[in-house]
Design a protein around this ligand. Structure first.
Ligand SMILES: [Zn+2]
Ligand SMILES: [Zn+2]
Length: 283
């Protein structure tokens, strides 16, 4: 079971490997730039070389990159749309430069227009991204907590996005447990997990689910709220995660935690807690 968490790139992007190692990660996730702004400071050449060396030598793989917060790839506002695509392309270009194989994008919101308009804009954004990365980077569409104007809260709509792109090789799925729970996919017990995975299997295909963002939820079931909690301490709870990590369909998936950073639990403690729920460690 490959498991890790989101890791900071503060100081220099290659330092993420050292941090991931310290947290006991066997895979991890980073941002490619300051996630809270539109601008992207150029990557230092030496840092790129050091990063690529670690990709080969560290034994920690794969590295996942997550899109920054501001882009809305479904935006119908011309200015926001332009900036969002620019940011997407810069970040995808960085994946290519750094030899990062997976890039996660969140769902957009079709504020100011119809669902259909937002959906088409979102699909077109992905197609533009694929044009520049060719077969070097796989884009993972992440489910959102749903709610008003959401493009990706509903798993059947994500299936439609993948279908519309029409190239299953380079666009796949990332399931965030906190978002799924908020959107109305129950995960609190064995039956609920089985049902939710059946929805993924029948619409998207388990083979197209690459990554699980393992986060508990502070928000209630179907609340459409996106507030992450420590594993087992939120509304999904310990039983839900126990069922998830032991489910045969999720055996070969990658697990990344985006749990809160506070005094209640550290990243290492969350990773170890999730691992402690695995029943047959050898399997
Ligand atoms: Zn997530
Ligand atoms: Zn979230």
């Amino acid at each position: 079971m490959k498991i890790g968490c989101h890791v900071s790139i503060a100081g220099s992007i290659d330092l993420s490997f050292k941090r991931a190692k310290e947290k006991g990660c066997t895979t991890f996730q980073i941002f490619l730039k300051n996630p809270r702004g539109w601008s992207a400071k150029a990557l230092e050449k030496e840092a790129v070389v050091r990063f690529k060396n670690q990709v080969v030598k560290s034994g920690i793989s794969p590295v996942f990159a997550h899109i920054s917060y501001l882009p809305n790839l479904a935006s119908l506002d011309k200015t926001v749309n332009k900036k969002s695509i620019e940011s997407l392309l810069i970040e995808l270009e960085r994946c290519k430069t750094l030899t990062i194989p997976y890039f996660i994008i969140h769902g957009g919101s079709h504020t100011g227009g119809s669902f259909k308009q937002g959906f088409d804009t979102y699909v077109n954004s992905i197609l533009k991204g694929l044009e520049i990365v060719g077969n070097k980077v796989t884009i993972l569409v992440e489910n959102s907590a749903g709610g008003k104007n959401s493009i990706t809260g509903d798993i059947t709509r994500i299936a439609k996005i993948l279908e519309e792109i029409g190239d299953e090789r380079f666009v796949k799925f990332c399931f965030d447990t906190c978002h799924g729970f908020g959107a109305g996919y129950d995960l609190r017990n064995k039956k609920a997990v089985t049902n939710t995975l059946a929805v993924i299997e029948s619409n998207i295909g388990i083979e197209n689910l690459i990554l699980i963002h393992a986060n508990d939820s502070k928000g209630d079931f179907m609340s459409h709220r996106d507030i992450h909690d420590h594993i087992g301490l939120g509304r999904i709870g310990e039983e839900g995660f126990k069922q998830l990590v032991n489910h045969p369909l999720l055996k070969n998936k990658f697990w990344i935690l985006e749990t809160p950073v506070n005094k209640i639990r550290s990243d290492i403690e969350n990773i170890n807690f999730l691992l402690s729920l695995v029943e047959n460690k050898k399997g």
